[in-house]
Design a protein around this ligand. Structure first.
Ligand code: ADP
Ligand code: TYD
Length: 206
């Protein structure tokens, strides 16, 4: 029987993660898999505090944000009704739009990345993705895409910050290359071309 996988999508804002999560979900379902797709920050009470910080409704230090993401992620994994671990036990393939590499890169831009990795170690011990898919685009393209669809920008959505975040993703992948499986996919192409490369990568793990 084919394995049910846990796949995490990563990338800077506007890289096309949500688009690709949808396309991969369809392909897996067509191939007969049960699929649960999810995202971080979550819709839990902890996730909504985070979103309020990003919308500039409340103010918080980057270290506080890092702590909130640790808590949000643990709830995402352990929640008894719809937690990722429960879904995997039920035989679902789980796809998450962002997981701990996002914390390493985004919070690691504003504080010591090693601390962020350490603070997320409980999640990493509970569940390491079978595959991290990183959609690689330049911050310039990302900002163009985001500017099209938005009237206001969130906390981390500036060209300067996304340049630093992109560099931190690269640093985190290098640091963890012996522990983590990462596929880097060129995101500056038509969505269907990207989806087809992703499908090839996922098929290898099935
Ligand atoms: P993310 O979830 O990473 O923020 P989205 O999938 O929401 O990214 O895409 C951000 C924007 O870019 C959306 O308007 C989407 O329609 C568009 N988009 C997604 N993929 C591509 C692509 N390959 N080429 C051009 N535009 C894209
Ligand atoms: P998301 O809703 O995925 O935004 P987008 O679709 O534009 O990529 O994520 C919202 C923001 O949360 C995004 O700017 C990245 C940030 N984030 C962190 O800073 N740390 C984290 O651990 C996660 C999961 C997200």
């Amino acid at each position: 029987m084919a394995k049910n996988l846990f796949i995490a999508f990563e990338g800077i804002d506007g890289s096309g993660k949500s688009t690709q999560v949808k396309l991969l979900t369809e392909k897996l379902k067509n191939a007969g898999h049960k699929v649960y797709s999810t995202f971080e920050p979550t819709e839990s009470p902890i996730g909504s505090i985070i979103r309020n910080i990003f919308n500039h409704r409340i103010e918080a230090d980057h270290r506080t944000i890092a702590g909130l993401f640790v808590a949000d992620r643990l709830d995402h994994l352990l929640n008894k009704t719809n937690g990722i671990l429960k879904k995997l036990e039920e035989g679902y393939t789980v796809i998450s739009d962002r997981y701990y590499f996002s914390s390493y890169a985004y919070q690691g831009t504003h504080m010591d990345m090693k601390w962020v990795i350490e603070a997320n170690s409980l999640s990493a011990d509970l569940l390491r993705p079978d595959l991290n898919i990183y959609i690689d685009i330049s911050p310039e393209i990302s900002m163009k895409r985001l500017n099209k669809g938005r009237s206001s920008m969130e906390l981390y959505e500036t060209l300067e910050n996304l340049n630093m975040v992109k560099a931190k993703f690269t640093e985190a992948f290098e640091l963890l290359k012996f522990k983590e499986k990462v596929s880097i996919i060129d995101g500056d192409r038509l969505p269907e071309r990207i989806a087809s490369d992703i499908w090839n990568e996922v098929s290898k793990s099935l």
